[in-house]
Design a protein around this ligand. Structure first.
Ligand SMILES: [Zn+2]
Length: 473
């Protein structure tokens, strides 16, 4: 539930939302994790098993972590030799990419059946301006803000993440059974299991999940299975948030006919960069992280000046369970799919649950922000991020506006047929041809489908056409 406009968010988030991943072969992680929110330290001794046999792989780990050793637990013996792959460029801003050898003179990459990795890291602790703010804060940052630790997997890789270089598959969703300890914490939360009020705990999870963490000294409350961490909200607003989230979740569940798995959690925390300028949020299923203070804090969710957009952003984040989590979307076109449809769904939900007027006024706000949007390609011609013209406008404005116009043309029923077909496909690759193929299959009249394709998907006038169709040109 980002309370901040995506304009700001997108300056910060640099990685595409999702990675392709096979559920059946999700790694299993055991071992110990201990850290200190006051000292900014993380020490891990983890064992990875149930790893797929991949020849051309790397193991990504946050570049602030110092590796003590890699070991083959089954075979025994000493530490394994390892190298670093400097060509692993995807999402490597935060990480180093390792590969191992079996210590028998064979130069090939080797994955043990049970791989132990012991490592530790130390990070800046940025409590307030007196400590000197960082230049930026972002999703993949391992952030110690004086009272908490916030770290995620897909981008920040605080835990080792296997990456298949050939298939471009990232194994960031894992099952785990780990012992977590933190002397200066009151709450421990590892995504996939429920938060605990303790300084140490055994936490386990049997559904593949991104192992994001949020631990520290803060209050935690639970109601109807929904957890609020450090929300700072009044009891009345907490009730309102839980009611809103439940209603929104139910809307998606009903329309997709797929239940949410896992209990929703909302985590609120302060950025490590200057909070006057930095605020963003992200979703690691089923948890929403909100990083911001003041008007960007969860506390301000229901402030009357921002409540419409804030609730829409909540709808956007919750939609990522379907577009982004169930349907993984990787790469340049995958980002359009995940963000474009999550934003589209937030309009769909808002129109249905909050009313036409509200969704229309949010749409007009969007349209008026597009003054400087130029130099972009139609969906059919997107090859690289350069074709977006502007990443934020393309993903969060252009694409959803096109999808809204398409819905207006084909009707809500056919639109949902299409949305469900995409999500139910669980496709590995969500490229342009996936978009078009699923669209054609969802529209009974082939000539209508062809006309819409030409008008919105391949036309350089697609945006103009869409705004006309929506009556906001
Ligand atoms: Zn999003």
């Amino acid at each position: 539930m980002p309370l901040v406009n995506h304009r700001l968010i997108l300056l910060i988030i640099t990685l595409s939302l999702s990675k392709v991943q096979a559920q059946e072969q999700s790694p299993f992680i055991t071992g110990t994790v201990s850290f200190s929110v006051m000292k900014g330290t993380i020490a891990c001794d983890l064992v990875l098993s149930n790893l797929p046999k991949i020849n051309n792989y790397v193991i990504r780990l946050n570049s602030g972590m110092n590796v003590h050793f890699f070991k083959d637990r089954k075979r025994g013996g000493g530490a394994l030799y390892y190298d670093m792959d400097t060509k692993d460029s995807i999402g490597s801003d935060e990480t180093k990419a390792y590969y191992l050898h079996e210590n028998r003179g064979n130069p090939a990459r080797y994955i043990p059946e049970e791989l132990e990795i012991k490592y530790l890291g130390m990070y800046p602790v940025v409590g307030d301006s007196a400590h000197g703010y960082m230049g930026q804060d972002w999703r993949g940052n391992i952030a110690f803000n004086g009272y908490s630790l916030r770290a995620e997997g897909r981008q920040g890789d605080w835990y080792p993440i296997l990456y298949d270089m050939d298939k471009r598959k990232l194994y960031s969703e894992v099952r785990y059974n780990i012992h977590v300890s933190c002397e200066d914490c009151s709450v421990l939360f590892v995504n996939g299991s429920t938060p605990v009020r303790a300084k140490q705990a055994d936490l386990s999870n049997n559904q593949p999940r991104e192992m994001s963490i949020f631990c520290g000294k803060f209050e935690a409350s639970e109601d109807h299975g929904i957890w609020l961490l450090n929300s700072g909200m009044t009891p009345a607003d907490k009730q309102r948030l839980i009611a809103t989230a439940s209603t929104y979740q139910a809307f998606y569940e009903k329309n997709f006919d797929i239940p949410y798995k896992g209990s929703l959690t909302f985590a609120q925390t302060r950025p490590t960069a200057d909070p006057r300028y930095w605020g963003f949020s992200y979703y690691t299923s089923p948890t929403t992280f909100n990083v911001g203070v003041g008007p960007y804090a969860m506390q301000a969710l229901f402030d009357k000046d921002h409540v419409r957009r804030n609730k829409q952003v909540m709808a956007h984040e919750l939609a990522h369970y379907y577009f982004g989590t169930l349907l993984k979307s990787e790469g340049v076109f995958g980002s359009i799919m995940a963000e474009g449809f999550a934003e589209f769904l937030s309009f769909e939900l808002t129109r249905n649950l909050e009313g036409d007027n509200i969704s229309q006024s949010l749409l007009i706000d969007k349209k008026s922000s597009l003054t400087y949007f130029s130099n972009y390609q139609p969906l059919s011609r997107v090859r690289t991020e350069n074709d977006y013209g502007n990443r934020e406008y393309y993903l969060y404005y252009y694409a959803p506006i096109l999808f809204l116009a398409i819905e207006k043309e084909i009707g809500e029923k056919a639109m949902w047929t299409w949305l469900k077909a995409m999500v139910n496909s669980r496709a590995d690759v969500t490229d342009y041809s996936f978009l078009v193929t699923t669209f054609r299959n969802s529209v009974a009249d082939k000539s209508i489908a062809a006309r819409i394709e030409a008008k919105y998907l391949s036309s350089t006038d697609a945006l103009k056409n869409a705004l006309e169709e929506l009556g906001i040109n």
